[in-house]
Design a protein around this ligand. Structure first.
Ligand code: AMP
Length: 447
């Protein structure tokens, strides 16, 4: 039991140093891929006005009905602010508020950061989680849909992930979807009593969502339901064909899934989702996206076509761990400076400052014995240690020891950056008077 009973809030998690290496890999690859496609990073606030999120995410979604975290300060108990549950609405706001709409189009933007939803926590589902979010504004070209899909898949592939599945669909637009929804309702109405309560409600308010219902009792009816891809208008049909042509040419594999939908009116045409079995169960979705040409108008801005995706970093990290692709935790630093004696803090700090020219350096300022310091350095996995006693400090030299080989030699302080840059073992200092010292077992050095 920890010394205090204070614990984190429910459904949130700490990313500890051992796991951060994997996170850095995931975030680094996201940034690299985004930049390679000409996307620029934007960072928007975590708190946004409630109204933006309500309009942006849609009043009839679980996210808005149940999962929003409201924020108020004691000074302003009535303020209507929220912790963002997703990034898109905030990025759209920022795009218009900062007049990026007046610049060259399309504007290709990406962001990485925490999102908040009050959902029932379980493996792969948290109340604070992180997303890689990509948006392209100001172009209705189907090619941009294919571009963001290629980015999402390229990112996962760069990480070495295999076995993820890309599903693709088109949900039409204002020209063809209304007539399709009437067909869908006409199909489901005679079967209404057999649906579960939630789908009975959806039938009237949001019929498209009937198609992605997971409830067992609703499943038998899906196969006979009309498929939107059979009812696309010519423009939507051509856009869908163009997306598929581009993905085929890029060698991106996908499955057509006529039941993949988005329940909000502002989505149109392309929708896609990437999932991975290794993440498991209901949480297998790594990310998804599509075209949302109607969002800007829904938020009260000028009509602006847009497309994008959002992926969950926790789930990608989990998939990497499950596929044993997570890198081992690196040592905290590459060199530990171990002062051997009293009054050496200033000298040790100086040695560290010099060595930081080429490696990560930590100083052991404790008063314990050199033997204990060596043992600790070994346990922490430092590849190098620099040992110095008062006599050596006055000559401005250290004993530089390569932990794996046990090889140890005297190196002048100023030569440390060069000596440490040499892979595999220390290089004798140009000024070093002493030869190579006999290797000593770890923990035995001069102790
Ligand atoms: P969404 O914004 O709901 O379309 O979700 C996009 C992606 O974010 C999902 O595919 C997940 O990878 C991730 N995600 C969504 N909600 C959560 C959550 N509560 N915990 C962890 N990841 C999440």
């Amino acid at each position: 039991m920890p010394p205090s009973s204070l614990q984190s809030a429910r459904g949130v998690r700490d990313v500890l140093p051992a796991e951060r290496a994997t996170w850095e890999l995931v975030e680094g690859a996201a940034r690299r891929v985004a930049r390679a496609f000409g996307y620029q990073e934007i960072e928007t606030p975590i708190i946004e006005p409630l109204e933006l999120v309500e309009r942006g995410v849609g009043g009839d979604t679980d996210v808005v009905r149940k999962e929003i975290y409201l924020v108020h300060s004691r000074a302003e108990p009535d303020s209507r602010l929220v912790l963002r549950p997703e990034a898109t609405a905030g990025v759209v706001r920022a795009y218009f508020q900062n007049r990026l709409d007046a610049g060259p189009q399309p504007q290709r933007l990406y962001t990485l950061g925490p999102m908040f939803r009050h959902d029932r926590p379980q493996a792969g589902r948290y109340r604070q989680f992180h997303q890689f979010d990509v948006e392209a504004f100001g172009s209705g070209a189907a090619a941009l849909d294919a571009e963001v899909i290629e980015m999402a898949v390229g990112w996962l592939a760069e990480l070495g992930l295999t076995g993820f599945v890309l599903e693709l669909n088109s949900i039409g637009d204002d020209a063809c979807r209304p007539a399709y929804l009437e067909l869908l309702k006409a199909y489901y109405r005679p079967r209404k009593e057999q649906l579960d309560a939630e789908c009975q409600r959806r039938l009237e308010v949001n019929p498209l969502r009937l198609l992605d219902c997971k409830a067992p009792r609703c499943q038998p009816f899906k196969a006979g339901a009309p498929r939107i891809t059979d009812h696309l208008c010519p423009a939507c049909g051509e856009a869908f064909a163009e997306v598929r042509r581009l993905l085929d040419a890029a060698g991106v594999e996908y499955r057509l899934n006529p039941y993949l939908v988005r329940g909000l009116d502002y989505y149109s045409r392309t929708v896609f989702e990437v999932s991975h079995e290794a993440v498991g169960g209901a949480q297998s979705s790594l990310g998804g996206g599509g075209r949302y040409d109607g969002l800007a108008t829904a938020l009260g801005y000028p009509n602006t076509p847009a497309t994008g995706f959002a992926a969950g970093l926790e789930r990608v990290v989990l998939a990497l761990e499950r596929q044993r692709l997570a890198p081992p935790a690196p040592s905290p630093a590459e060199l530990a400076v171990l002062p051997d004696g009293e009054g050496l803090a200033v000298a040790a700090a100086r040695v560290a400052r010099i060595a930081r020219g080429s490696v990560r350096v930590a100083v052991d300022y404790s008063g314990r014995s050199l033997r204990a310091k060596m043992r600790a350095a070994h346990r922490a996995g430092y590849p190098w240690v620099a040992i110095m006693d008062p006599a050596e400090a006055s000559r401005e030299v250290v004993q530089l020891r390569h932990m794996a080989s046990g090889e140890q030699r005297e190196v002048a302080w100023r030569d440390l950056p060069l000596a440490l840059r040499t892979p595999g073992g220390p290089t004798p200092s140009r000024d070093a008077s002493g030869g190579v010292r006999p290797a000593m077992p770890t923990g035995e050095a001069r102790a």
